[in-house]
Design a protein around this ligand. Structure first.
Ligand code: DC
Length: 224
């Protein structure tokens, strides 16, 4: 797909948990001066809301209503839910697992579509998630599927947690990552998979700067 002159360009960056896609998407957005959508944060907010309100993670209708009614403000790097700063709260392991559970429900996914599409504004958008290139921005001119081996992703997560002073075991993290991959890829609604027209970027042995450079090259090539 080439870029339509009048359409707001979207760069879709999809991939599994801890693949580096969030850091890559943020770096690309910064380099181009584009808006950034961290779509996983929306699923995390639904999970946080559900846990806080005691909504079971399999109660599709109630979760859909919670997703519809989210009172969320993205303010630079900070996220507020119902006026409360939840930037750190949505990154906990409990919310990570909960997000992957609420994300299986079509009612939740549908409720979040228009919120995600509202991020598409000039001069452009970098959208990070699982189904940016396959569903939400299926017409995106640039699609990249970021991946890395499960072992490498567990090692990266382990390092991040050590830096935050949180103890964990590599085996436990690897198990969590594999569980989350299976749930994200195995669900019926918008499963995690590369779009047919996505470029595959394996970051197992790559630096973040090289990965950002790869995505920027893909974008420049589409502009030619
Ligand atoms: O990218 P993340 O780890 O913040 O995403 C958290 C969970 O949300 C992930 O396990 C699956 C779900 N998710 C999704 O289903 N679709 C998206 N576009 C983004 C995230």
């Amino acid at each position: 797909m080439t870029m339509a002159e009048d359409a707001v360009p979207v760069i879709a960056v999809d991939g599994p948990a801890a693949s580096g896609k969030g850091t890559i998407a943020a770096g690309v957005a910064r380099a181009l001066g584009f808006h950034l959508l961290d779509s996983g944060a929306l699923y995390r907010l639904v999970a946080l809301q559900a846990i806080g309100k005691g909504i079971p993670l399999d109660a599709e209708k109630r979760l859909g209503a919670a997703a519809e009614g989210l009172d969320v403000v993205f303010d630079g790097d900070r996220v507020r839910l119902d006026g409360r700063d939840v930037t750190e709260a949505i990154r906990s392991e409990a919310v990570s697992a909960g997000a992957s559970r609420v994300a299986v429900h079509p009612a939740v996914r549908t409720a979040l579509y228009s919120r995600q599409r509202a991020f598409r504004r000039q001069p452009g958008l970098v959208a990070d998630g699982r189904d940016m290139g396959t569903v939400v921005f299926a017409d995106a001119p640039v699609k990249v599927y970021v991946t890395a081996s499960a072992e490498e992703r567990a090692r990266r997560r382990h390092k991040q947690l050590i830096e935050k002073g949180i103890s964990s075991t590599l085996d436990g993290l690897l198990r969590d990552i594999r569980d989350r991959d299976a749930r994200d890829a195995g669900r019926a609604a918008a499963p995690l998979k590369p779009a047919a027209d996505a470029a595959i970027l394996d970051t197992t042995n790559m630096t973040i700067d090289d990965a950002i450079g790869f995505v920027l090259e893909q974008f420049q090539a589409k502009k030619r």
